[in-house]
Ligand binder design. Structure first.
Ligand SMILES: Nc1ncnc2c1ncn2[C@@H]1O[C@H](COP(=O)(O)OP(=O)(O)OP(=O)(O)O)[C@@H](O)[C@H]1O
Ligand SMILES: [Zn+2]
Length: 463
């Protein structure tokens, strides 16, 4: 089966073929860099990172654009409240987002264009829309005339007379359903010159201009969070297609991370910061937690579920370490057929991860029964599959002692290993009372030790 993806525009799972053979092009709406990222923000980035890795695995060269919205009302307000320049506020939070993406193992985008660097392309797009009667300037603002585009509402399945843009009322708007392409300059605010007066970009216009600048008038996949279907993506699609660009061939939307049933959001204040998560869990465990559910299923955040996911990841990691200890270096092998089928089925990561766990179980059984060849083959396959998900425990970025380990965990590992060495010494000297005392001391601290044919394996007991 070839890759199939759910396309919001057609509300169906369709077979994916890139428009240009050999290259897939993806545009993902990035952050409005107004604050530090929470785990909801990075979920989408991780979902599209997995898709990108799967496309790469299938032999495609992937052009991946993730923009940065670095000018916006919220940026201006928050910077002003903090008494800082708006551009410094934006740049600071852009770095925070970038660090979060990197620490969670996202491949760097081909380019991360900033809105403020693409005003020329936005002006050009507005000019095309004005020339063809799809847009008009009024009082220094530029609006898109929704009624001139017959397909308006098709992406979000809305009737034209039900459309509400959620924009503040403006005098020059001919129709309340029209949306803003360009905002006229307000005193003291940053602005750029255009033929219709100085001003700054509207959010929707930015993405159309940046997507087509880098990926062309038609590209393969446009992604974002489900909250972007309307108005953001509906408006991107309308303005680009009205200007004559075919635009995105597939529209993908990832579901939310929620807390107590509500979207995790800075505005609602129910956020879990990445920094806080990384005090208790390794980045790779957080990545596993966010990548394992299907990208179109809501993740209701809970510490219990995260802790369970971390244990699931450690089972995979434990098997690979055991296999490597016993059989020597494990090279990535073949993907299990069920894994391939799952990934091709609209990136069914729950089934893909289940395929990994099945092989881990088989591999552990093989190690227990001394079938090293079988264990080694299973381990190779597990590595390959985990690598596609960006989660390979033996990859340099996630390996023990790497930067991804929290300092606390690295320190704990050092101490526990030293105590286990003492226990082994006591056993070798047949001083079983001392050996048991070490084990009891560890147990008291919440660390269980399991003796396996490959030596002791320790885990921190979850509360
Ligand atoms: N809780 C969440 N779960 C999944 N995706 C989210 C969540 N919050 C934000 N996103 C996504 O992150 C991307 C960047 O969003 P943006 O910077 O506009 O934040 P936002 O949606 O305004 O959230 P907030 O209210 O927290 O600032 C968007 O694609 C958005 O859908
Ligand atoms: Zn966008």
């Amino acid at each position: 089966m070839a890759l199939h993806l759910y396309d919001t525009a057609t509300r169906s799972v369709r077979e994916f073929h890139p428009a240009r053979s050999g290259t897939a092009s993806m545009y993902v709406c990035g952050a409005t860099v107004q604050g530090i990222p929470h785990i909801g923000h990075v979920r989408g980035a991780l979902n599209y990172d997995v898709l990108r890795r799967w496309l790469i695995h299938s032999g495609l060269d992937v052009l991946f654009v993730r923009n940065v919205t670095d000018i916006d009302d919220k940026i201006l307000t928050k910077a002003a409240d903090a008494g800082r320049p708006w551009w410094e506020w934006a740049a600071t939070h852009e770095r925070a987002f970038e660090e979060a993406y990197t620490v969670l193992g996202c491949l760097p985008p081909s380019i991360a264009p900033r809105a403020t660097g693409h005003v020329t392309q936005m002006v050009e797009l507005m000019q095309r829309l004005i020339d063809t009667g799809h847009a008009y300037a009024a009082g220094g603002d530029v609006y898109f005339a929704v009624s001139t585009f017959p397909g308006y509402g098709a992406l979000s399945r809305q009737k034209l007379d039900e459309v509400q843009q959620g924009e503040t009322l403006a005098e020059g708007k001919r129709d309340p359903r029209d949306f803003t392409l360009w905002k006229s300059a307000k005193p003291g605010e940053p602005s750029w010159p255009t033929p219709w007066g100085d001003g700054r970009p509207g959010w929707h216009l930015e993405c159309s201009a940046m997507a087509t600048t880098y990926l062309g008038a038609e590209f393969d996949i446009h992604g974002g969070g489900v909250d972007l279907v309307f108005p953001h993506h509906e408006n991107e699609r309308a303005q680009s297609q009205a200007a004559g660009d075919p635009f995105a061939r597939f529209w993908l939307h990832n579901a939310w991370v929620t807390l107590s049933g509500e979207k995790m959001s800075k505005s609602l204040g129910n956020v879990v910061s990445i920094e806080a998560m990384l005090r208790d869990y390794r980045a790779v465990e957080l990545r596993y937690y966010l990548v394992q559910p299907h990208y179109r299923s809501t993740i209701e955040y809970s510490d219990g579920a995260l802790s369970e996911a971390a244990q699931g990841y450690r089972r995979i990691e434990g098997f690979l370490r055991r296999a490597a200890q016993r059989t020597g270096t494990v090279e990535p092998g073949e993907l299990a057929p069920e894994f391939v089928t799952a990934m091709d089925d609209d990136l069914s990561t729950p089934a893909a991860v289940a395929a990994v766990h099945n092989l881990v179980r088989e591999g552990n059984a093989a190690l227990d029964s001394g079938d090293d060849a079988k264990a080694r083959a299973a381990a190779g396959s597990v590595r390959a599959m985990m690598s596609v998900l960006g989660l390979d425990p033996l990859a340099p970025e996630w390996a023990e002692g790497s930067a991804a380990e929290t300092p606390a965990r690295a320190a704990l590992a050092e101490l526990v290993e030293a105590m286990l060495a003492e226990r082994q010494e006591a056993r070798a000297a047949r001083d079983f009372a001392r050996a048991d005392a070490v084990r009891d001391r560890l147990l008291k601290a919440g660390i269980t030790v399991e003796d396996t044919p490959d030596g002791p394996v320790w885990t921190v007991k979850e509360a």
